[in-house]
Design a protein around this ligand. Sequence first.
Ligand SMILES: NC(=O)c1ccc[n+]([C@@H]2O[C@H](COP(=O)([O-])OP(=O)(O)OC[C@H]3O[C@@H](n4cnc5c(N)ncnc54)[C@H](OP(=O)(O)O)[C@@H]3O)[C@@H](O)[C@H]2O)c1
Length: 219
Amino acid sequence: MASEASGNVNLIPSLPLQDRVAIVTGASPNLVSSEINSASSPTTPQAIVAQADVSEPTQVKSLFDKAEEVFNSPVHILVNSAGVTDPKLPSIANTSLEDFDRIFSVNARGAFLCCKEAANRLKHGGGGRIVLVSSSLVSSLKPGIAAYTASKAAVETMTKILAKELKGTGITANCIAPGPIATEMFFAGRNEEYVKRVIDDCPLGRLGRPRIWHRWWGF
Ligand SMILES: NC(=O)c1ccc[n+]([C@@H]2O[C@H](COP(=O)([O-])OP(=O)(O)OC[C@H]3O[C@@H](n4cnc5c(N)ncnc54)[C@H](OP(=O)(O)O)[C@@H]3O)[C@@H](O)[C@H]2O)c1
């Protein structure tokens, strides 16, 4: 959310992260963790990497257990960025059930399991944050990538309902819906012609930058 003042866009200040525990799924965890740790005291690691499949309920539970145990604190923030797509997704008529299930199992089921765990375990009383990641495809509705787009539409719907269900807990639920970002997922299996076409469609005439888009999570 942003407000205009004297021609400048002022972002509403986000809450400080000090003494707050956040779980971030997906999003190059080794990179994020080494960046955070290199900026903090060498004797007190501030970030750890834990492996978990978000589509598996026991692994999602273990992820929260691990964060609580290592940081000796309840979790305050969940950012669920884990996601999969398939660059060769065809029309609905030609999409295999296996591809549909694989994409829904990470993007929709994974988001559901992470939200469920977060709704039960995030600290109540203010400052709790749940951030999910959708896609601009949910608005642009391009033919040929229906399984991925529909899985992200499910994420958006869950976020809106969760936000209402969390009324009174001081925990917010929000979803960001980025356009094309220059990440591994975007380039995997795509040829130059496809990349150029997507860039031509971007209002800024370029792809989003991975290091900058993580700032959008700053709810
Ligand atoms: N890049 C874009 O243009 C774009 C645009 C809109 C939205 N998004 C969304 O943004 C999010 C991040 O995407 P990205 O572009 O950064 O893609 P990425 O580089 O492929 O990152 C996706 C991350 O999700 C993890 N992941 C996949 N399956 C998982 C599972 N079952 N359990 C736990 N983690 C799993 C991957 O881990 P491994 O590498 O270990 O599998 C990877 O770290 C996704 O939700 C994506 O749908 C991306």
